[in-house]
Design a protein around this ligand. Structure first.
Ligand code: UDX
Ligand code: UDX
Ligand code: ADP
Length: 486
């Protein structure tokens, strides 16, 4: 019979491990949940008396307030945590490798391996070890090899894959009501028992029909596949947005019409300046690397194009800003609203905003940045990394971090909306307009604001085909090419 879990450990107190295990603690008061991390500052923040948590996520604080000190604990004592737990989630970071074989594509599994080795070294009783980080296929297999080669007598390890599908900004809602929970295991009796033990944890709040149990590799591949297909929708809609801007079609109208087809569905069809986040690019590059390793170059090229389209979209956007501002932004002032990779998060990993600002800085423009949640030190860190040939000192000469959208827009010639924060819709646009240089441009990288309303105030708004004189001649050209036989 499957084990009844009473003690869970989570290794890694980041964006995945933190919210996931906090919600498990909330929904399973009979289970003691401990979350450990090597990073003392991060653990201190999770434990802070005034709930100044290390990550911003709507609803998270409320969950932690209810459970912390009751059945939810944060600590840096990894060994003690391992000894006591029956089930261990491994949710450490798995960034893309920066050097060596597969650099730029393959996942760096160093953190996963170190955590796994530590489990093997410290455990004196049997454990269920759950792979929670997004990892390439067959990582579970490597974890199993490491654990089995290092285990003590009477100590067995069962490995499960249980990828997390939460999206940042909606993590708590996603965890409360997941579309599905996916658990992969070996199809042996022991593997299935371990799977049932974890399924029993989730069944405290997730309906049974949403808990899917599959083989280990299917589970690992499903996570990469889900993210690749979601990102592919965005790249598809972004590719169409380029056609729309050249013809006068409206991408929101097109996406709406396409999404009405129940086979397509309405979600994830918002054209943007490009997707960001810690998962999409990383997971697709993992898939590309996997395809290449399996000698499937056509498959690799297909998925690689999703990432290339995203790079193109960002490039196209910065070029449009420069072109529109009379072909030069040197010495001009640009306000960038939003630095996070999406709304309702303070996370900046792979944010399109970083790429745009890098491009503006390389054109020697001055940039005013405002984001409601991203902390200042993170912005300096990201810009330093994005501009390796600029010193932080010279970056700071060109960049100012502001406390509001209105402040950021002051005396600028253009506003760029890079993140879909709701509050940017409600900016006092008339006031902003008065304090900008004229003509005042708005480049809406999120199709967030009401372009007609802003145009009435006096702004020149992009994207809007009315505004580009060249549109009709471009369209004529397309029409001619399209009718060669007529
Ligand atoms: C994603 C997956 O959604 C989640 O299931 C997985 O577990 C982790 O990766 P996340 O990266 O947190 O989650 O956010 P998501 O909402 O998927 O957005 C990713 C990026 O795509 C953001 O930059 C977002 O602004 C952008 N996006 C999203 C669009 O540009 N258009 C859309 O229609 C949707
Ligand atoms: C399509 C569109 O569905 C329809 O809306 C449009 O008006 C005309 O083109 P049709 O070509 O008749 O319709 O058939 P459809 O059901 O879309 O299938 C097209 C092809 O895709 C078929 O060969 C079908 O077998 C294949 N297919 C479809 C798959 O291989 N897998 C699927 O999941 C769905
Ligand atoms: P994710 O978005 O996947 O959750 P994060 O980087 O936010 O990634 O979190 C991963 C966390 O895992 C980091 O806080 C890191 O310090 C922690 N970590 C990495 N390796 C170990 C380890 N061996 N033991 C404990 N914590 C670890």
């Amino acid at each position: 019979a499957p084990l009844k879990i009473t003690k869970i450990l989570c290794i890694g107190a980041g964006y995945v491990g933190g919210p996931t295990c906090a919600v498990i603690a909330l929904k399973c008061p009979h289970i003691t949940v401990t979350i450990v991390d090597l990073n003392q500052a991060r653990i201190d923040a999770w434990n802070s008396p005034d709930f100044n948590l290390p990550i911003y996520e709507p609803g998270l604080e409320d969950v932690v307030r209810q459970c912390r000190g009751r059945n939810l604990f944060f600590s840096t004592d990894v060994d003690k945590g391992i000894r006591e737990a029956e089930l261990i989630f491994v949710s450490v970071n798995t960034p893309t490798k920066k050097s060596g074989v597969g650099a730029g594509f393959a996942a760096d599994l160093n953190y996963v391996e170190l955590a796994t080795r530590q489990i093997a070294a410290v455990a004196t009783t049997s454990k269920i070890v759950v792979e929670k980080s997004t990892v390439p296929c067959r990582t579970a297999e490597s974890m199993r090899t490491i654990l089995e080669a290092n285990s003590k007598p009477n100590c067995r390890f069962d490995i499960l894959s249980n990828p997390e599908f939460l999206a940042e900004g909606t993590a708590i809602a996603d965890l409360f009501q997941p579309d599905r929970v996916l658990i992969g295991s070996l199809q042996t009796r022991e593997g299935k028992d371990a799977c049932a033990a974890l399924a029993n944890v989730y069944s405290n709040w997730v309906p049974e029909n949403k808990i899917l149990t599959v083989g280990l590799w299917s589970s690992e591949l499903s996570k990469l596949a889900a993210n690749a297909m979601l990102a592919q929708r965005i790249s598809s809609v972004n590719a169409l947005s380029a056609i729309c801007e050249a013809t006068g079609a409206n991408i929101d109208e097109v996406a709406h019409a396409v999404g009405y087809d129940s086979r397509v569905g309405p979600k994830f069809l918002k054209a943007s300046v490009g997707f960001g986040g810690s998962c999409f690019q990383k997971d697709i590059l993992n898939l590309v690397y996997l395809s290449e390793s399996l000698h499937l170059p056509e498959v690799a090229a297909y998925w690689r194009q999703v990432v290339e389209m995203n790079e193109y979209q960002k490039r196209r956007f910065s070029k449009r800003v420069v072109d529109t501002l009379f072909n030069t932004i040197t010495g001009k002032h640009i306000a960038v609203l939003g630095f996070a990779f999406k709304a309702d998060t303070g996370d900046t990993r792979e944010s399109a905003s970083i790429t745009l600002i890098r491009d503006f800085l390389s054109e020697r423009a001055f940039v005013n940045i405002y984001d409601p949640k991203v902390i200042e030190s993170q912005i300096w860190l990201d810009l330093s990394e994005a501009c390796p040939n600029m010193s932080l000192e010279s970056i700071k000469k060109q960049v100012k971090i502001c406390n509001s959208a209105v402040e950021a827009a002051l005396n600028t010639e253009a506003i760029v909306i890079a993140t879909e924060w709701k509050e940017f819709k409600a900016v006092a646009w008339t006031e902003v307009y008065e304090h900008m240089k004229k003509p005042a441009f708005v480049f809406d990288g999120r199709l967030l604001v009401d372009a007609d309303e802003l145009t009435k105030i006096g702004f020149k708004v992009y994207p809007s085909f009315f505004f580009f004189g060249s549109v009709h001649s471009q369209f004529d050209k397309v029409a001619t090419i399209g009718r060669p036989t007529a």
